[in-house]
Design a protein around this ligand. Structure first.
Ligand code: C5P
Length: 323
């Protein structure tokens, strides 16, 4: 069976990747850039319900709120948005988001004609620099939240402060701290220095909701992936895709995820908006993508047919899961 067919069934392992990807993965494990030392256990197959309950308990949405050093001394309690991210739906006078769509940037979404279906959701999450203009038929045009990694804020090629992609949406940025979540060390040496651009943007656009995810949230998600995987996973943060899925499960009653687990349109095309081919984008090199996807497959409540034809996974929001 192909890698994708195995993903559809939830049977994945490193051994099914190409030698090149296996080597890349091993190199990241050996480099251990973020000083990960995992002390927990690795559970064999939990049921979908158990997995969901573990996620609900462990993936409590958390952003940098200025209550901890060094951010408290820097006055961040007054800098961050007054509305907590977990109550974002109040911004739209809603009591929750009923239906949400997570739209990954995978090349496989090209020619899907999913745009209208995606736009019918209460809230739509997109990633990094993925555009809608020119791709509306396949990816839709509505954007409620955009998750951005710290490179978007710092690499001048993204024109973060002027591009319309980052306007009129809620922004959620992330950058990995060391695994032990020493915020002083993080502030002194982030992967890419997002703090300056964040402060500047907050001052210029105080009415735009813009959050930085707390690094403890990222590593809790990582712990959960490792805790439910027998193999050693890459000691790097989960992909923006996984972060976005868990974030929407905290905000919405039901979540549809598009082209995270690839449909039959699966392709080596990395992003729908770029002519760059690399199957690491779909299967992972830096990020533990293969294992993230396996976890999401295990909690999918939608039919296999949706996965094959639309690349669509259906997930219950945490508020609807009784544990
Ligand atoms: O590349 P980027 O991180 O901006 O893409 C957003 C997310 O979409 C990724 O973090 C990953 O979870 C997902 N993705 C994917 N397959 C691809 C490209 C992106 O699963 N080919």
């Amino acid at each position: 069976a192909s890698v994708v067919q195995r993903l559809w069934r939830g049977h994945v392992s490193t051994g099914m990747l190409s030698p090149r990807l296996q080597r890349a993965m091993k190199n990241y494990v050996n480099a251990n850039k973020h000083n990960v030392s995992y002390q927990g256990h690795r559970r064999a197959a939990q049921s979908a319900k158990e997995l969901l309950c573990q996620m609900k308990a462990q993936a409590k949405l958390r952003t940098v709120d200025g209550s901890e050093q060094p951010f408290s001394s820097l006055g961040w309690a007054r800098l961050v948005p007054a509305l907590p991210l977990r109550h974002l739906y109040k911004q739209q006078e809603k009591r929750s988001f009923k239906t949400c769509a997570v739209v990954t940037s995978a090349g496989a979404i090209l020619h899907s004609r999913l745009g209208r279906e995606i736009d019918a959701h209460d809230a739509v999450l997109r990633f990094n620099a993925a555009p809608t203009t020119g791709y509306e038929r396949d990816v839709g045009k509505k954007t409620t939240i955009r998750i951005i990694n710290s490179q978007i804020l710092t690499d001048p090629r993204h024109h973060f402060s002027t591009s319309s992609i980052y306007k009129n949406v809620t922004l959620v940025a992330w950058d990995p701290a060391p695994y032990n979540v020493n915020l002083h060390k993080w502030y002194a040496s982030p992967d890419y220095n997002l703090f300056g651009p964040y402060v500047e943007h907050r001052k210029l656009h105080p009415d735009q909701a813009f959050y930085i995810l707390h690094p403890s949230y990222l590593w809790q998600l990582w712990d959960m992936i490792q805790a439910n995987t027998q193999e050693t996973i890459q000691p790097n943060p989960p992909s923006s895709g996984f972060i976005g899925i868990l974030l929407m499960m905290a905000l919405c009653e039901q979540v549809h995820v598009y082209e995270y687990i690839p449909s039959m349109r699966q392709t080596a095309l990395c992003h729908y908006h770029e002519r760059y081919h690399d199957d690491a984008c779909t299967l992972g090199a830096y990020h533990p993508l293969l294992f993230e996807k396996n976890l999401i497959q295990r909690i999918n409540v939608g039919p296999l047919g949706d996965l094959k034809s639309k690349g669509r996974v259906t997930l219950p929001g945490f508020s609807t899961v009784q544990c």
